[in-house]
Design a protein around this ligand. Structure first.
Ligand code: SF4
Length: 445
């Protein structure tokens, strides 16, 4: 079969589709670049906000329109939360929940038998096959979340925490390194919940001096693989034990000095109603410890604007705290009521315009602190992993685009006749260019 894979949402969703793509190719199917070429389309949906759910429906209809002959299988959080609604969309013949997503390759198999085998075998040898990205791999290490943040539908859609064994992840990392990947990003719904389902084997709460299961996983990956760069995706602030920062000192620069710590609000009153297990004082202390222990660290975060009951004074307090934290990147989300979450039934929901106004104010802070963080690294030489050659819209010369170890987007002019794709080079961070830093490749050895 020729199969087209489309993914919406988080890194975990991308990681799951990369794995599915690999399984399908190993089973002899072809992963193709467009729905028009496909016998089957698979859509991995998202439902973190109302807008994400709307986009998931929109994409399902778009795939059906772009190839009415193709069968459509839909999975992911929206398919898990609204299976009937998804089953009613055009061309949808299979709806698979998150809990059964890992069986997708098997669940699609009967279709290849039904589809004319002859047709399958007739796959044109020059059919453009989808070459998955070879620069950075998203590696799923756990799924689910046992927390109950009052705004969050993900914990409903993904279920309780469950983790992959360390040796299985180490083996995958070695395979990815052998395939030429330069960087891997550890992903999960609640990364800090890694290993929580085995309290006997791993003490759940990272008590003083006790190392968390995630510490053990990262240490094993640094010791047992040659992967050049290891990055952590989102980490809940309450999951990090003080000793966790020692890992950076032991990694010889392989563990990327960037942490994404979702704060969600900079006001304790709001954090309490969100049922977040952090407060501004403990978050500030964690950030100070991280900055002291991890050289070249940058921080990013998620902030919800306009949570039900957030007064103007709460918001001002939140804005001040967010500005104080000097985040390099801030993902700002207008509060989105999700049926099935506790906050959806809270009082004090704010009008859309008010939420939009608060998003704009937070994005202004994000712009300023991001620029200040980038400016602070000018003049430094940092390792950049180059991803792609980009052709500016104004017809100017093509530029290479990549990310530093501490997650700054960098552009650099293309050395004549030399491809930087999927290479890590020391690069001087020279000037600011909007959201991007302009770099000079100091050596391409
Ligand atoms: S920690 Fe909170 S926000 Fe994150 S997935 Fe779990 S419940 Fe949702």
């Amino acid at each position: 079969m020729k199969i087209y894979l489309e993914t919406l949402g988080c890194r975990l969703n991308y990681s799951e589709m990369e794995t599915l793509g690999r399984q399908l190719v190993e089973a002899g199917h072809a992963v193709v670049e467009s729905a028009e070429q496909a016998d089957v389309c698979v859509l991995n949906t998202c439902a973190v906000t109302g807008e994400a759910a709307r986009k998931s429906r929109q994409w399902a209809r778009k795939l059906a329109r772009s190839n009415p002959a193709a069968r459509l299988a839909v999975t992911g959080c929206y398919a898990t939360l609204a299976p009937e609604a998804v089953a009613g969309l055009p061309n949808v013949e299979l709806v698979v929940s998150n809990q059964r997503k890992e069986l997708l390759a098997e669940l699609l198999q009967p279709w290849s038998a039904e589809l004319d085998g002859e047709q399958w075998r007739r796959l044109a040898p020059d059919a453009p096959l989808h070459r998955p990205e070879r620069t950075r791999a998203f590696v799923k290490v756990q799924d689910g979340c046992n927390n109950q943040c009052t705004f969050c539908i993900v914990t409903v859609a993904r279920g309780p925490e469950r983790s992959r064994p360390i040796d299985e992840i180490v083996a995958e990392m070695c395979r990815l390194t052998a395939e030429g990947f330069q960087e891997a990003v550890l992903t999960g719904v609640h990364l800090g919940g890694y290993g929580s389902e085995e309290p006997a084997r791993w003490p759940a709460a990272p008590a003083a001096g006790k190392l968390s299961p995630l510490y053990a996983l990262v240490a094993a990956l640094l010791e047992q693989t040659d992967l050049p760069r290891l990055r952590l995706s989102s980490l809940e602030p309450w999951d990090i034990e003080p000793a966790f920062f020692d890992l950076w000192g032991q990694s010889q620069g392989r563990l990327c000095p960037h942490l994404h710590l979702p704060l969600q609000a900079g006001c304790d009153r709001t954090l309490k109603r969100m049922a977040r297990r952090t407060r501004t004082a403990s978050f500030r202390a964690l950030v100070e410890a991280a900055r002291t222990r991890i050289s070249g660290l940058t921080l990013s975060t998620d902030i919800i604007a306009g949570f039900p009951g957030e007064t103007a004074a709460d918001f001002e307090e939140s804005l001040r705290f967010v500005a104080e934290m000097d985040f390099a990147h801030i993902h700002v989300f207008p509060y989105s009521a999700r049926a099935g979450t506790a906050a959806a039934s809270f009082g004090g929901h704010l009008p859309v315009e008010e939420r939009r106004g608060r998003v704009a104010a937070l994005e202004a802070v994000a712009q300023q602190s991001g620029q200040a963080v980038r400016r602070g690294f000018l003049g430094q030489v940092r390792p950049v992993l180059w991803e792609s050659l980009e052709q500016p819209a104004n017809g100017a010369a093509a530029v290479w685009s990549g990310l530093t170890d501490n997650y700054l987007r960098v552009h650099a002019s293309a050395p004549a006749g030399l491809s930087l794709e999927n290479r890590i080079t020391p690069t001087r961070l020279a000037t600011l260019d909007g959201q991007v830093v302009w770099g000079e490749v100091t050596s391409n050895e």
